[in-house]
Design a protein around this ligand. Structure first.
Ligand code: GLA
Length: 385
């Protein structure tokens, strides 16, 4: 794909007849471990990646927002800052932007309109947070152009609220937070209750490999919202505010009386929180055997207890894990129901991973998988001229 910065600037000039003032960027993310824990007040360990969403912008003097989506046939959307978002079943792509504008307005920030072109190099709809990066880059651009003193954490929360209220996914805070606050060469251990982040350095000879399974994610929002509801019910049965506060011991005490589905959902979340903390210790110690074991256990728990994997994804994890043979690991990543697998592998194994994906996964399933070797990157920022 051509350079998204140059593309966004070119399309800006063609669409609006003048040059963009600035380009902002917000990265996508891959979560190394800690899945479906964020909305339970738990721990996650994502890293921002060197693929993302770019926004070429120019401030306007009036209250109009004009947007061109370079990667969606240059579709356009135009609205006034004060416009209410029309309520409709189909949520158009422009709702991500309109949602951010609406949330900022509801917080009593005042700002003027802008012209903007969105372009990206992040595969969309495969679970690498293209939506969150669009929300974050929009929030950042509006804040900077209007001198609004909004810190990264707040920009993340605004993006999450926009997605919850105007896109219909009741997502947690992980994706927006890592997109806004990621650090180069690091993953972030995020405590999703206190919203504190601790940078965890990734060993220099370790590669973060993302394999897009080629399986389109479907019914994601409804299944995701169902899981979230189940976790909330499970917390009520356990008499805790959030599953973050539950223990496996307590879970076993009440196991007999339980709906087996709620029991399994809770078991995933409680055990995944502990695995995430253990993974930080393993990475810090450079213990890739232990990291591989934790990633495998996380995958199995998402497959069996949380039931968000798919057979083809399980197969992909299996063939990649076979190549790694305990030195590093692989697991599904993100919300699930299709999407990507993440592998942590020593850099000299990446070509073996590519080979096994082509020779076994693609050959046996016919899915159009793609392999990306990603650099753990910094969070959203303005792109220097
Ligand atoms: C999606 C959501 C996140 C998180 C993950 C699962 O990416 O947007 O908030 O819940 O799923 O870990």
């Amino acid at each position: 794909m051509s350079d998204p910065i140059a593309r966004s600037r070119r399309i800006f000039q063609e669409s609006f007849g003048r040059d963009a003032e600035h380009v902002f960027r917000a990265p996508g993310r891959v979560n190394l471990i800690g899945e479906h824990t964020d909305y339970n007040g738990g721990f996650v360990l994502p890293t921002a990646i060197d693929l993302g969403t770019f926004l070429a912008v120019r401030q306007r003097e009036d209250q109009k927002i004009r947007v061109v989506a370079a990667d969606f046939d240059e579709q356009r959307s135009e609205f006034e800052v004060s416009d209410e978002i029309p309520v409709c079943e189909e949520k158009p792509w422009s709702n991500y932007i309109r949602g951010v504008v609406q949330v900022l307005r509801s917080m009593s920030y005042s700002f003027s309109g802008m012209d903007m072109v969105i372009a990206g190099n992040l595969p969309k709809g495969v679970g690498l947070s293209s939506s969150a990066s669009l929300e974050v880059v929009t929030g950042l651009a509006l804040a900077r152009l209007n001198d609004l003193p909004i810190p990264a954490l707040e920009i993340a929360r605004i993006g999450q609220q926009a997605e919850n209220e105007y896109v219909g996914c009741n997502c947690g805070i992980m994706d927006q937070l890592i997109s806004a606050g990621g650090q180069e060469s690091h993953a972030l251990l995020i405590d999703c209750r206190c919203l504190t982040s601790t940078p965890v350095p990734l060993p220099p000879d370790l590669s973060v490999v993302i394999i897009d399974s080629g399986l389109h994610r479907t019914l994601v929002n409804s299944a995701y919202n169902d899981r979230r509801r189940e976790c909330e019910e499970a917390a009520k049965v356990l008499k805790v505010g959030q599953l973050r506060d539950a223990t496996l011991e307590r879970l076993e005490q009440v196991a007999e009386e339980w709906d087996p589905i709620l029991y399994r959902r809770a078991r995933h979340v409680i055990s995944e929180n502990q695995r995430t903390l253990d993974a930080v210790d393993a990475l810090r110690a450079g213990d890739m055997q232990e990291m591989g074991r934790l990633m495998a256990a996380s995958h199995n728990s998402l497959r069996d207890d949380f039931e968000v994997s798919l057979p083809a994804i399980d197969y992909l994890v299996e063939v990649v894990s076979d190549v790694l043979n305990g030195d590093g690991g692989a697991r599904m990543t993100g919300g699930g129901f299709g999407g990507c697998v993440v592998a942590l592998a020593s850099t000299d194994r990446v070509s073996d991973i590519r080979a096994v994906v082509e020779q076994q996964y693609i050959a046996n399933t016919g899915n159009k998988a793609r392999v990306f070797e990603c650099r753990p990157s910094a969070g959203a920022s303005i792109v220097p001229h």
